[in-house]
Design a protein. Structure first.
Lengths: 113, 111
């Protein structure tokens, strides 16, 4: 009965080789988020979708892009991964207007060789 | 934007003792304060939350208190057990979505 599903669980890519991480949800939440979490740090918000509206954090590198083709799915594209992009990437969803509990997926651990 | 500070960064307690983690926030408009538990290799999971119109909330061995005047809130875990060992994050938001997280507290429960 997983509600926020991330694939793959582990992803290995090469320096500079584009990679896509995926997230799906069964909660019908209108907000979807992508966080980057490095070891022993808090999750750092990269961007979020409020319905179809894309909202980028000011300090998110241009190397990171996202797509949300429908309510249920959201993708994180890293165009040219660098060694510093190795991290856990967490997808999360929430409702709005008093239903803002954040539900996280299990994450994708990205390694860059 | 909202800034959340969390203390301590690490906490070691004897099994059966209590653990307390404290957070302060900067935006007096913040109205929602959740706590998340993250086990190694997993995503954070919501364990308890509180809204600004409530001063305290309890769920079994876990409780959260909120002091709006001082702009701080705390997580209390009583009768700690080994399975309570994890990283705990506090968060706050003045909006109805988009949380600001504290830096996390690594809790170790010693058997």
């Amino acid at each position: 009965d997983a509600m926020v599903i991330q694939n793959p669980r582990y992803q290995v890519t090469q320096f500079g080789k584009p990679v896509t991480l995926s997230c799906s949800q069964t909660l019908n939440h209108n907000v979807m988020y992508w966080y980057q979490q490095k070891s022993s740090q808090a999750p750092k918000l990269l961007f979020h979708y409020y319905d179809k509206d894309f909202n980028n954090e000011a300090d998110t590198p241009d190397n990171f892009q996202s797509r949300r083709p429908n309510t249920s799915f959201c993708f994180l594209d890293i165009r040219s991964p660098g060694l510093g992009d190795a991290a856990m990437y967490l997808c999360a969803t929430s409702g709005t207007g008093g239903t803002e509990k954040l539900f996280f997926g299990s994450g994708t651990q990205l390694s860059v060789l | 934007g909202e800034n959340v500070e969390q203390h301590p960064s690490t906490l070691s307690v004897q099994e059966g003792d209590s653990a307390v983690i404290k957070c302060t926030y900067s935006d007096s408009a913040s109205n929602y304060f959740p706590w998340y538990k993250q086990e190694l290799g997993k995503g954070p999971q919501l364990i308890i939350d509180i809204r600004s119109n409530v001063g305290e909330k309890k769920d079994q061995r876990i409780a959260v208190t909120l002091n709006k005047t001082a702009k701080h809130f705390s997580l209390h875990i009583t009768e700690t057990q080994p399975e309570d060992s994890a990283v705990y994050f506090c968060a706050a938001t003045p909006f109805d979505y988009k949380l600001s997280f504290g830096a996390g507290t690594t809790v170790t429960v010693r058997a």
